[in-house]
Design a protein around this ligand. Structure first.
Ligand code: AMP
Length: 392
């Protein structure tokens, strides 16, 4: 267990918070999706209400270690000021820890908020160089990590800095990720069912291996299913296929027995297009056809398999959900999960987009905020941005 903001006394302390303000901007530097800013508010408000001097930092985009005005965090300061109903002072130092930041922090009263410039303006940031970590730490007494999206990377502003402060604790967002993703994988209420989909077996090998050890059932859909079809000796037509992984899929199927559940029917199309001629086939995929979604019998099979689950983890769509004609498998699975009496954890990436597209976000127990980070969590890896926090 890691310490969280509620475990420490922050009154009068300078608290550096690593947020995830990596928000999309349009050509006029206007924020086009404020979800990440909204997500950061509970931790920031808690610190303000408890009398901390709140110093915020984050990266945005990839300025590659130098100042890029189009990737300045200035628009974030404006948005935060509006949402918090109080001025967030923006310290516009190209070197992040500069004269503006130091002067603004020296003048802070309890409950004030200062935002530093994009941490990736500094080349040291992504290399976790001690010098920049120490500069960041020199501004604060305590460090809070609330950026799950970068927790799988060891950078100065989320890992290095933690060594040079009194203590390093989790904010509410990270706490929730540890609680839901961590519990789902390490101490789940059973039966635990995992649903994996998406395009490739190769990108999810470690997830498959780790989850197979832990789950009661592993459902595999999406493009990755066809490499498993090939391993069973089925034909796959022009579907996505990774020939180099057929042997691996065979080994997995042999080892897993009936733990792995594959689609029994497939929506196939003549070409990769929403308007392509399509039909449903069972078993083999005929020559000249490609699988783009799971079929109705598979939807039924998978729905039955999760019916009695107490924990479900889902990563990766069941088909090409971006095309409405091939979104039914993914959308129906999302609807089934939304109505389950179980802990439902959506593990980042495209499955999050699919759940939100179906308007079902509110009905899931937890939607992970980090694509890469949640995948590494599901692989059973320790995330440096969490490991570095102080234990309870
Ligand atoms: P991933 O990033 O590996 O989770 O893959 C997500 C992508 O997989 C989405 O863009 C889907 O369109 C794609 N995908 C899912 N099923 C299929 C399929 N049967 N054929 C091709 N692409 C697929």
């Amino acid at each position: 267990m890691k310490l969280t903001v509620e475990d420490i006394n922050v009154k009068g302390k300078k608290v550096l918070v690593r947020c995830d303000f990596n928000v999309p901007l349009n050509e006029n530097s206007e924020i086009t999706d404020e979800n990440r800013i909204v997500g950061s508010l509970p931790t920031i408000k808690y610190l303000i209400e408890n009398g901390a001097k709140v110093i915020l930092c984050s990266h945005m985009g990839k300025p590659k270690g130098e100042p890029k005005p189009e990737l300045s965090l200035a628009p974030v300061a404006k948005s935060l000021s509006e949402k918090l109903g109080k001025e967030v002072i923006f310290a516009a130092d190209d070197n992040v820890v500069g004269d503006n930041a130091k002067a603004a922090i020296a003048e802070m009263s309890d409950g004030d908020v200062v935002l530093l410039q994009n941490t990736r303006y500094r080349a040291e940031e992504t290399k976790n160089v001690d010098e920049f970590s120490k500069e960041l730490a020199s501004l604060a007494d305590v460090f809070v990590n609330d950026a799950f999206g970068t927790a799988h990377r060891a950078h100065c502003s989320n890992v290095g800095v933690s060594q040079y402060v009194e203590c390093a604790v989790a904010g509410y967002l990270i706490e929730k990720e540890i609680e839901f993703l961590g519990n789902a994988v390490n101490s789940p209420v059973r039966p635990l069912v995992a649903i994996l989909g998406g395009s490739k077996v190769s990108s999810k090998i470690s997830v498959i291996e780790n989850l197979l050890k832990k789950v009661d059932k592993l459902i595999i859909g999406g493009g990755m299913a066809y490499t498993f079809f090939a391993a069973q000796g089925k034909t796959t037509g022009t579907s996505l296929l990774e020939p180099d992984y057929i042997d691996y899929a065979k080994k997995m199927l042999d080892a897993a027995g009936d733990k792995i559940l594959l689609p029994v029917d497939t929506v196939v199309a003549k070409e990769f297009s929403n308007d392509a001629e399509s039909m449903v086939v069972e078993g083999n995929i005929p020559e000249g056809w490609m699988g783009l979604d799971i079929g109705p019998k598979s939807i039924e099979l998978f729905s039955q398999a999760v019916k009695d689950a107490k924990t479900v983890v889902w990563n990766g769509p069941m088909g090409v959900f971006e095309m409405p004609n091939f979104a039914k498998g993914t959308n129906t699975i999302a609807t089934v999960l939304a109505d389950l009496d179980a802990t439902t954890v959506i593990g980042g990436g495209d499955s999050v987009a699919a759940v939100n597209q179906a308007g079902l976000g509110e009905k899931m127990s937890h939607i992970s905020t980090g694509g890469g980070a949640s995948l590494e969590y599901l692989e059973g890896k320790e995330l440096p941005g969490i490991v570095c926090l102080t234990d309870k």
